[in-house]
Write a protein that binds this ligand. Structure first.
Ligand SMILES: CC(C)(COP(=O)(O)OP(=O)(O)OC[C@H]1O[C@@H](n2cnc3c(N)ncnc32)[C@H](O)[C@@H]1OP(=O)(O)O)[C@@H](O)C(=O)NCCC(=O)NCCS
Length: 349
């Protein structure tokens, strides 16, 4: 059975750099608070118009496809991970397929939040291993800046997130030991509401004792999204930051160890851990818990913030471009996020 390997990788971040001090125009916050709690110094915001989650994904995809030495017409399947889709439906995958003039190939959208790219890569890996497809484009892209509460009310979330995209092309290889060694996916819906965006949705307060929005049983209209939801700022994400932090620092190391153990490897064998860029403090905690050296972990949240499904391919691409990843290196990608969902992928480069 062939393994899949990353034949090309690309990233795109918007030009517009937004510093912590820039955010002070909109909310009561400070550079010190943000850096101390999250490690973030700045992030990028896409243009209000002319740039979308899909267009950013396309920019990253163009580079990944070129580096793989193929053309968009050679791509035989798309997996697009995002929580900031251009449309509620259809997904970004078909918009990318249209814009890049690809063949009438399958386009799958993945909505697994911060674990989106790890889930997407794992799905693509199965299609390659089974021999179904030969050139799969996997994209993670997010335009968070369009959907955050930039008032003081939303500051615990809005300062964390940034925009950007990353993409890889997966191809089969018969080369012994090379490629994706294994992937490990998990979820625990117990805390689904701790990091979530409830509206628009069909929940009608079904899952929580505390109402998430007003719904009138007698009316047919306004079920998905109402004026009241907007007036009450219920169209923004919510997060119990400390709860997310506590769970993340347990599940990150667990799923990394799981990947290593499944392949009879240890942290000593690891060339580079590329964790989802949730928060620098989380990554540092994980590094310490696993006893990894500084050169074994790649972080760039300081420059880009948390770009959810895009953060791993952006970090991986940057690390590769900086020569930090070489042929034969053992790379672990690991993510944790809303759901909660988490996962890891172990790659022999
Ligand atoms: C969000 C996070 C940085 C908040 O840090 P924290 O130390 O837990 O802070 P708290 O939420 O307890 O809030 C502490 C205080 O800072 C305030 N605060 C929140 N956001 C702020 C901001 N951007 N600027 C200034 N003050 C802020 C709070 O209102 C609170 O004030 P109070 O003590 O007067 O009530 C932290 O919980 C975290 O990083 N969690 C993980 C989040 C994450 O990684 N999410 C992505 C997962 S993929």
């Amino acid at each position: 059975m062939p393994k899949s390997f990353i034949a090309g990788i690309g990233m795109y971040v918007p030009e517009n750099v937004v510093t912590n001090n820039d955010l002070k125009k909109y909310m009561d916050t400070s550079d010190e608070w943000i850096q101390e709690r999250t490690g973030i110094k700045e992030r990028r915001y896409a243009k209000r118009t002319g740039e979308t989650t899909t267009t950013m994904g396309i920019e990253a995809a163009k580079i990944a496809i070129e580096r793989a030495g193929i053309t968009p017409q050679d791509i035989d399947f798309i997996v697009f991970a995002t929580i900031c889709p251009d449309y509620y439906f259809p997904g970004c995958g078909v918009l990318l397929q249209r814009a890049m003039k690809m063949k009438e190939i399958g386009a799958l959208d993945v909505r697994n939040q911060c674990s989106g790219f790890v889930y997407a890569l794992s799905v693509a890996d199965q299609f390659i291993k089974s021999g179904t497809y030969k050139n799969i484009l996997v994209v993670g892209s997010e335009k968070h800046s369009f959907g955050l509460d930039f008032s003081t009310r939303g500051r615990n979330i809005s300062v964390i997130f940034g925009d950007g995209a990353g993409a890889v092309v997966l191809q089969p290889t018969e080369q012994e030991g090379k490629g994706i060694l294994s992937s490990h996916l998990h979820s625990d819906g117990e805390s689904a509401e701790m990091l979530a965006m409830f509206n628009p949705g069909t929940h009608a307060n079904h899952w929580t004792e505390q109402p998430l929005a007003s719904f009138n049983d007698s009316e047919i209209a306004d079920m998905f999204m109402s004026h009241e939801m907007i007036d009450k700022a219920q169209n923004f994400p919510v997060m119990d930051g400390p709860a997310v932090f506590k769970k993340a620092i347990v599940k990150f190391p667990e799923v990394i160890k799981e990947a290593l153990a499944a392949n009879n490897l240890t942290t000593d064998d690891l060339s580079l851990l590329v964790p989802h860029q949730a928060n620098l403090r989380i990554a540092q905690f994980v590094q310490q818990k696993l006893g990894l050296r500084d050169d074994q972990v790649y972080n760039n949240i300081q420059k880009f913030g948390n770009t959810t499904a895009a953060s791993i391919p952006i970090a991986l691409c940057e690390a590769w471009e900086q020569g930090k990843i070489k042929e034969g290196d053992l790379i672990c990608l690991a993510a944790f996020g809303s759901g909660f969902t988490w996962g890891s992928v172990l790659v022999r480069w």
